[in-house]
Write a protein that binds this ligand. Structure first.
Ligand SMILES: Nc1nc2c(ncn2[C@@H]2O[C@H](COP(=O)(O)OP(=O)(O)OP(=O)(O)O)[C@@H](O)[C@H]2O)c(=O)[nH]1
Ligand SMILES: [Mg+2]
Length: 289
């Protein structure tokens, strides 16, 4: 199955929120857009813009506006060869898909010929390191694992010391899940970031917030609070399959200017792809007439 079909399949539940809706009935369209988690204001703005459309081509207009909105945040995650080791710090709330996404990305980069290492800086949850270890084995990537409850920042420091002597192209740092309102844990994240900078001034090149696509509007608060604690460079949204709230990406584009690098539509190693506005909007509006 190609990516677009996979995305359409994955976004079925979100698209279902817009099924049976006709672009000629703007009131029900606005309602359906809200139900798909696009956000109240955004849904309103969209229908207002469509009202102004004089031609019959209302769906095309809706398509065009959405693509225009999303294009600025649809950016690929580019590894800059001049900036190696390219360090990618993964953050997010519990269960968002951080560890799985590292596995999927490592797989992609390995197949492009990059060397990859992983640091399991989730030293608190039992089984967290083992989970990353399985992805390291699958992708044949070296991995740094700490002792139980070891200070994650200390582990990161030690690991980067070794990486300095044995350079790799890309380093993924997996961190423990943390709720955005837990100040202590957010400070820990900032500390990990500072520790990385003791080794490499320009690092981490990427600090990615992984978002669970089933969380709906709560995602907006996650982005806001993580961003305050630790500068983010981009977002990845997982679990678009199984989510009926996939429209929240549009709300993200309206609220923050952060790039969205990739979308996850399943648990498998191949179930992650770069986010492109066109494919996403096509999947979203699949059932709109
Ligand atoms: N359906 C689906 N499941 C996913 C996706 N991404 C991750 N998962 C599943 O979500 C669950 C949690 O994923 P993890 O990668 O462990 O999430 P995490 O953010 O590392 O979790 P913590 O370390 O506990 O905070 C696992 O069962 C994954 O297989 C996705 O895109 N779609
Ligand atoms: Mg994890």
């Amino acid at each position: 199955m190609g990516w677009l079909d996979k995305l359409k399949q994955g976004m079925k539940k979100t698209a279902a929120k817009l099924s049976g809706v006709s672009t000629t009935d703007l009131e029900s369209l606005e309602e359906a857009l809200i139900l798909a988690d696009i956000g109240v204001q955004t849904a309103h703005d969209l229908t207002e813009a469509i009202k102004k459309e004089k031609s019959e081509k209302v769906k095309e207009k809706l398509f065009e506006i959405l693509v225009q909105k999303l294009t600025p945040i649809a950016k690929p995650l580019e590894v800059r060869k001049s900036d190696i080791p390219f360090i990618i710090l993964m953050t997010g709330v519990n269960g968002a898909g951080k560890t799985t996404t590292i596995g999927k990305l490592a797989h992609q980069y390995k197949s492009q010929g990059y060397s990859v290492a992983m640091i399991a800086a989730d030293t608190f949850r039992a089984g967290a390191s083992e989970q990353l270890q399985r992805w390291a084995e699958r992708t044949q990537s070296p991995i740094f694992v700490g002792a139980e409850n070891e200070d994650p920042a200390a582990l990161v420091y030690k690991s980067l010391e070794t990486i300095r002597k044995n350079p790799v192209d890309i380093v993924f740092i997996d961190t423990a899940g943390r709720l955005q309102n837990k100040t202590g844990l957010m400070q820990e994240l900032a500390k990990i970031r500072r520790i990385i900078q003791k080794h490499y001034e320009n690092a981490p090149q990427e600090t990615i917030l992984v978002l669970d696509g089933t969380s709906g509007q709560n995602i907006l608060s996650q982005v806001k609070l993580f961003k305050e604690a630790c500068p983010l460079t981009g977002l990845i949204m997982t679990k678009l399959d199984g989510s009926a709230k996939g429209g929240v990406l549009v709300a993200l584009a309206d609220t923050f200017k952060l790039p969205v690098y990739a979308l996850g539509v399943g648990e498998g190693i191949e179930d992650l792809n770069a986010f492109t506005a066109n494919d996403y909007v096509q999947a979203l509006l699949e059932n709109v007439k």
